[in-house]
Design a protein around this ligand. Structure first.
Ligand code: 5AD
Length: 348
């Protein structure tokens, strides 16, 4: 039955929610291998052996939210807070440009001091200095007007993981000042404004069941994001989830393959979290159907402060080292990181 579902997914790019749940709950090594093979072959038709690269700049770890899983949550008083200046951010972009990056991702907590005016100014500066680059923002939930201003300032893409498509599960991961409804309406607004939008979720977050994952997959199928970020949940020692189990490499790569088949042209990163739970996690992500890597371009002295989860990799290296290391890792498995904005390519 599971092989029939995989064939159906490959041809229809869609399953019923119950079928997704069965595919997830009933997985075994054979199913994973078949899925990965199909995922890689469809991705190769669209992207060849190219891997896109994004330079991640962690612009602030100040956050007004208190997500139970996250190391930079408001209540974590052991987190040493920082905020980059415009000059520092532009410096990171220059360094990245010279290393061949053509997309910069400005990511941060929901920092009230980073007003729309400030971010718009930074986006304008980046687009002026590096007109052949794309700017991606990953700064959390904002009013529709704010998203519009940032788009008008030149931002091309926005990453906002939906975290879970099950409202009850969402409530268990987030305190009551956040809401599933608001998160979903932010994603809708971003899409309507014209951003290339990325959603995504953690694999193995507390209370996640195959039914939750099935809802995530159905949501991705219906929302049709340009990008989807998934990585294992990893506990952070200074959060309420410190004693919870981490998500697994196996489940994450299995889901990467499924998402590739749901949406063949999607941009799918092999995340830092995946590289953190296993030494070759990112390579295995690519070999399961991912096609993006996002090395860190943040100044080395703030890297260990942007700690969403424990034992995060690449917090000591210079940007050039990270870039080289990933080049080598991708080459070793037959892939090549290319100097390109890395826009989604249409399928079919
Ligand atoms: N483990 C893994 N991923 C995490 N994130 C936040 N905290 C953790 C954690 N403990 C993810 C969330 C968020 C993204 C920026 O990082 O999904 O959207």
């Amino acid at each position: 039955k599971i092989m029939n579902l995989i064939d159906k997914l490959e041809t229809m790019h869609s399953l019923d929610t119950e079928e997704y749940a069965y595919l997830v709950a009933g997985r075994d090594d054979d199913a994973a291998e078949v899925l990965a093979h199909k995922a890689v072959s469809i991705r190769k038709k669209i992207y060849g052996n190219a891997v896109f690269v994004r330079g991640l700049i962690e612009i602030s770890n100040v956050c007004k939210n208190n997500c139970l899983y996250c190391g930079i949550r408001r209540s974590n008083s052991s987190c040493s807070r920082y905020r980059l200046t415009q000059e520092q951010i532009l410096g990171c972009c220059q360094e990245g440009y010279d290393l061949g990056f053509r997309t910069f991702v400005l990511q941060g907590g929901e920092d009230p001091a980073l007003t729309d005016e400030i971010i718009c100014g930074i986006v304008r500066q980046i687009k002026m200095n590096f007109p052949d680059c794309a700017v991606t923002l990953s700064l959390g939930e904002k009013l529709r007007e704010s998203y519009q201003s940032l788009f008008d300032a030149g931002a091309d893409r926005y990453l906002l993981r939906h975290e879970t498509a099950n409202p009850q599960h969402y409530e268990k991961l987030h305190p009551s000042d956040m809401s599933y409804f608001n998160r979903m309406s932010c994603l809708g607004n971003l899409k309507e404004i014209g951003y290339q939008v990325g959603c995504g979720f953690m694999v193995g977050s507390p209370w996640q069941t195959p039914d939750c994952i099935a809802e995530d997959l159905k949501f991705i199928e219906q929302f049709q994001p340009a990008m989807c970020g998934i990585g294992p949940f990893i506990p952070h020692g200074a959060t309420p989830f410190k004693n919870q189990a981490a998500g697994t490499l196996e489940m994450t790569t299995y889901l990467l393959s499924i998402i590739r088949l749901i949406s063949p042209g999607i941009l799918l990163p092999a995340t830092t979290a995946l590289g953190t739970i296993h030494p070759t996690g990112r390579e295995q992500g690519i070999l399961a159907g991912a096609n993006v890597v996002m090395p860190n371009l943040s100044p080395v002295n703030v890297r260990s402060k942007y700690e969403l989860y424990d034992h995060k990799i690449c917090t000591g290296e210079e940007s050039a080292e990270c870039r080289n290391c990933l080049n080598n890792r991708m080459q070793a498995i037959g892939y090549e990181i290319i100097t390109d904005r890395g826009d989604p390519r249409p399928y079919g």
